[in-house]
Design a protein around this ligand. Structure first.
Ligand SMILES: Cc1cc2nc3c(=O)[nH]c(=O)nc-3n(C[C@H](O)[C@H](O)[C@H](O)COP(=O)(O)O)c2cc1C
Length: 153
């Protein structure tokens, strides 16, 4: 009796679903005393190099000594990275604002980690909203824009 072989690319439905799951985490923190603006560029250069390998994308907003970072990618990689970032002495008082895992597209698919100034964040989110394809990303972006509007008021 011939044994039926499974095509190499075949994936169990559950595995295929898990592969499309995207985890995202948002936090804010305070730059530590003695850290200079130039250090932020060093952080971003390291982040872009490492995130590209890990399949992580996102944005780092920096202004008035405060960081705000949106990180998206596979859950295990994002959580390991956040543990590393939390231990980084260049910032302190880290507060995780939200975590989420669902099947949806990345909001920042081409940015390994883009540095955005607080004055530009509204425009970045509006641009992302224009190109967002799925409803969940539109909702997430709209929520962030609404929060920004409250802060700006
Ligand atoms: C605000 C902030 C954001 C950071 N974001 C990232 C990031 O997105 N990716 C990353 O690899 N490292 C990031 N880092 C740097 C990490 O904390 C860590 O220094 C870096 O990954 C290098 O780790 P290594 O020295 O073990 O190679 C960030 C650090 C700070 C202070």
């Amino acid at each position: 009796m011939s044994k039926q072989s499974t095509p190499e690319h075949y994936k169990e439905p559950e595995d295929a679903f898990n592969e499309r799951l995207l985890f995202n985490l948002v936090y804010c923190s305070q730059m530590s005393a003695g850290v200079a603006r130039a250090d932020v560029d060093t952080i971003v250069a390291t982040a872009q190099r490492r995130n590209a390998v890990l399949g992580i994308t996102g944005i780092l907003v920096f202004g008035s000594g405060v960081f705000f970072q949106w990180i998206e990618g596979p859950k295990a990689e994002v959580l390991d990275l956040v543990t590393l970032i939390e231990a980084d002495r260049r910032h302190e008082m880290m507060v995780i604002l939200s975590t989420d895992e669902e099947v949806r597209e990345r909001i920042f698919p081409t940015w390994d980690m883009e540095l955005v100034g607080t004055e530009d964040i509204q425009e970045v989110l509006q641009d992302a909203l224009q190109t967002a394809q799925d409803e969940k990303s539109v909702d997430a972006l709209q929520l962030m824009l609404d929060k920004l509007a409250v802060v700006a008021d």
